[in-house]
Each structure stands twice: as structure tokens, then as C-alpha cells.
Design a protein around this ligand. Structure first.
Ligand code: KE4
Length: 432
């Protein structure tokens, strides 16, 4: 799979830059972290992407998670086509919304009530507003390296000390808003205790990626989730488990199932919409019934519950539910073979690589490790990652274009794709 020159992609990038800042509609797509020309995709099929210059790539980011059954999965495509013939949107309720909700609740019984949004960002933003209303408190705790979408209050960096207020993580976020969020280290229950000790009765909620994907993959250590639940329950703060990435990925019931979590609120996205724009927030009925029109918390969305997105989600979740006994063991096996295979190839080449993995999401960190939190992830050799990414892309292997992102595979990836990837890695490391 030696790609053709990216002539047409370069022309498309130049045109895109006349409309969009950086030529992209989401920053990570610009390949800034790996410094090469982003191919423009024309289509996807199964485990593969095809770019504008006729190159084929094994896809290991899968639209950042949704493509767990491979690109252009026929039942999803057919469902979208059928729904589209009845019009794309009504702005009124349809039966499909409950049809999808029934399947979501089958996977996440903790979702006694739920509501759709059109993105993960809206889901987490709404969950936080609900938590503040439910508790009458203002401060939110998040974990360094975790990303929960781009709502102002979640774009904050850790302040100087563990329990000091956040500082804006982006231009345009007012300090007054950043100061309402504390960012503390992942896998560090003592830091959470310190946050509550410093702000007694003021913390509305703790929001967490139950397996981190947005610092690269970071695995929760034994007892960490249990501590979070015990501390938040003792302190009267809500526990929001952000399963936008992990939902239906690390298990059919996400990390909530895999790690036996007891969230007050859960957020979902990505897979739940089958690749179409769907976010979900939900949880305990007593909290959700604070939402308008029943209660005083306003939240809304023109395209929330969009009929095409509902149809795609129903087809996706139906397939996952019906075939879960086969799908999740298969994903575990394929991913373990791939991830451990590349680590072995790196070791033979004398390259320091640490692999963190849960189910079919993982990251190869270019550091000797361990990587248990963001600070340790940040010690990775990002230049080496960039060279590896470039060398793999040139061989038709498309990895997430950042050391601090998780990689994903789906049921369309098999032995042939693993073999081709290991062979490409052998050549990539040899050229490092
Ligand atoms: P969206 O608003 O992008 O749909 O979801 C935000 C979000 C919330 N929570 C978690 C755990 C997430 O991973 C995300 C979005 N993930 C990134 C991937 N790192 C989306 C990719 C992008 O920003 O283009």
C-alpha cells in the first residue's frame, strides 16, 4: 500500500484554507502534532479509508470511535437511507427516539432517564449544569489530561497547586469561569480528598473519563473508581462518568459495566449515533427531572433526537446488542495481538514504547513508562511519535495524528490488517 503523492489532498487543503481556519473543522484533523500533510478522505469501507489520491489506509482512529463495526456498515447505511426518505428532521417527537433509548438503557441501566444532544460537548455541558442545579454548588472537579468537549468551564488547566483553581486552557475562557473548575491528577484519590478539604460543601460534581482517551489511553488503577464514588457520595457531590469515548467500546455497557461503576450521571456520544451527531446525558431520575419542561434547568437542541441519527444509532446498537458475545471477545483478541505485537517489534528495534490498552482502545507512548497520569504521558518523545506516524502513514497505516489521542479498531479489522500493520511497524522502527 505505497501511497501516491498527496497531490489532490494538497489542492483540497489549499482550498479548505480559504474557508476554514487551518483548513479544518476540528483542530486535530490538521495533523499539527505530527507535521505532515493530512490526506483528504473520499470514502471508508470496513477497516479502510480511501483518500483523494487513490491511496488506501488501514484506519486506526475510526472517526475517533464511532466506527466500531467498520466504515459504511450496511445496516447503518440502509437505516439512514430509509429514514432520509421521510425527511431529515421535524423538530417534533418521533417514535425512533424511544426506540434508541430502550437500547441505550439495555446497555446502561443506570440511565433511568436521558436526553439527546448533537455532540459530546453538549452532553457534558448539560450534565454539569444539571449537577450544579441539583446541588446548589458551583465548583466542578476534572482530571488533568481528560477532555470532555469544548464548553468554557471544561477548557481549563490545572492551577499551581492540587486544590487551587483552574486557569484558562484556551483563549476566550474568562478567568472567572476557569476558577470554578479544579483540575487534579488522574489515579490520585488523595488529590480528590484535598480538593474537597479545600472546598467543603462547594463542589457540585466530579467529571471523569473512566478510561482516559484524550491524553492518550490511561487506565484507571485498582481502587481509583471506588474511591471516587465513596468520596463524592460522602461529600454530596455528583459523579459524572463521561463515556462519550468508552461507551459501547470497552464493553457493551462501557466502563460502567466493565468496572462496575455507580455514576449519578453518564454522558455518551460517538458510537451511540452510529457516526451521526448524537450525544446523550442521563442518569438518576431525581436529577434528570430537574430538566425543563419538568423542572427549572433549561437545556434544548434543534436537532436533538434527529430522526436520521436515531435510525443510525438504532441500527448500530441493535447489531452490538445482538452480537455482543462475539464482538467484544473478538475486539479484545485482535487489539491485544496488534498492540503487543508492535511493542515486541519496538523492543527488538531498541525503541522505548509503553502500551496502555482497555478493550479496543489503546495508545503506544514513546516513553519507557509507566504512564499512569497526564504528567507521565507528557514525558513521551513526541518527535519520535511524529516520525513513526509519518512512516506508518506512508505505508498505508493511518494512526491518530497525535501522541495524546487513543487509537481504535473495529470488527472489520482482522489478521490481515494486524499482519500488515506489524510489518509496517518493523520498517518504521528500522528507519527511526
Ligand atoms: P464532541 O463534542 O467532539 O462530540 O465530544 C466531546 C468529547 C467529550 N468527551 C470525551 C471523552 C471525548 O473524547 C470527546 C471528544 N473526543 C475527541 C477525540 N479526542 C473528538 C475529536 C475531535 O475533537 O475532533
Amino acid at each position: 500500500m505505497n501511497p501516491q503523492p498527496h497531490t489532490r489532498s494538497e489542492a483540497l487543503q489549499a482550498r479548505a484554507e480559504t474557508f476554514f481556519p487551518g483548513g479544518v473543522n476540528s483542530p486535530v484533523r490538521a495533523f499539527g502534532a505530527v507535521g505532515s500533510q493530512p490526506p483528504f478522505v473520499e470514502r471508508g469501507e470496513g477497516a479502510y479509508l480511501y483518500d483523494a489520491d487513490g491511496n488506501r489506509y488501514i484506519d486506526y482512529f475510526g472517526s475517533w470511535g464511532p466506527m466500531i463495526l467498520g466504515h459504511a456498515y450496511a445496516p447503518v447505511v440502509d437505516a439512514i437511507e430509509r429514514a432520509a426518505r421521510n425527511s431529515a428532521s421535524f423538530g417534533a417527537s418521533t417514535a425512533a427516539e424511544a426506540e434508541l433509548a430502550a437500547r441505550i438503557q439495555q446497555c446502561f441501566p443506570a440511565l433511568e432517564r436521558m436526553r439527546y444532544t448533537s455532540s459530546g460537548t453538549e452532553a457534558t455541558m448539560s450534565a454539569i449544569r444539571l449537577a450544579r442545579a441539583a446541588t446548589g454548588r458551583k465548583i466542578i472537579v476534572k482530571f488533568e489530561g481528560c477532555y470532555h468537549g469544548h464548553a468554557d468551564g471544561l477548557l481549563v488547566k490545572a492551577g499551581s497547586g492540587v486544590a487551587t483553581f483552574g486557569i484558562p486552557g484556551s483563549a476566550g475562557v474568562p478567568e472567572e469561569i476557569a476558577r470554578l473548575t479544579l483540575a487534579i491528577p488522574y489515579n490520585d484519590p488523595a488529590a480528590l480528598e484535598a480538593a474537597f478539604a479545600a472546598h467543603p460543601g462547594e463542589i457540585a460534581a466530579v467529571i471523569i473519563e473512566p478510561v482516559v482517551g484524550n491524553a492518550g489511553c490511561i487506565v484507571p488503577e485498582a481502587g481509583f473508581h471506588e474511591s471516587l464514588r465513596a468520596i463524592t457520595r460522602r461529600e454530596g457531590a455528583l459523579l459524572i462518568v463521561d463515556e462519550v469515548m468508552t461507551g459501547f467500546r470497552v464493553a457493551l455497557g462501557g466502563a460502567t459495566e466493565r468496572f462496575h461503576l455507580d455514576p449519578d450521571l453518564i454522558t455518551l456520544g460517538k458510537i451511540v449515533g452510529g457516526g451521526l451527531p448524537v450525544g446523550v446525558f442521563g442518569g438518576k431520575r431525581r436529577f434528570m427531572e430537574l430538566l425543563a419542561p419538568l423542572g427549572p434547568v433549561y437545556q434544548a437542541g434543534t436537532l436533538s433526537g434527529n430522526p436520521l441519527a436515531m435510525a443510525a444509532g438504532i441500527a448500530m446498537l441493535s447489531a452490538l446488542i445482538e452480537n455482543k458475545e462475539k464482538i467484544y471477545p473478538q475486539l479484545e483478541k485482535t487489539t491485544a495481538t496488534l498492540v503487543e505485537g508492535v511493542v515486541a517489534v519496538a523492543a527488538r528495534a531498541g525503541v522505548a514504547l509503553t502500551a496502555n490498552r482497555v478493550g479496543a482502545m489503546w495508545t503506544w507512548f514513546f516513553t519507557k513508562g509507566p504512564v499512569r497520569n497526564y504528567d507521565e504521558a507528557a514525558q513521551s518523545d513526541t518527535a519520535a511519535f511524529g516520525r513513526f506516524h509519518h512512516a506508518m502513514l506512508a505505508q498505508g497505516i493511518w494512526l491518530p495524528p497525535s501522541q495524546f489521542e487513543a487509537a481504535f479498531l473495529g470488527t472489520a479489522h482482522g489478521a490481515a490488517e494486524v499482519e500488515a500493520t506489524l510489518a509496517a511497524a518493523e520498517k518504521a522502527f528500522a528507519a527511526q
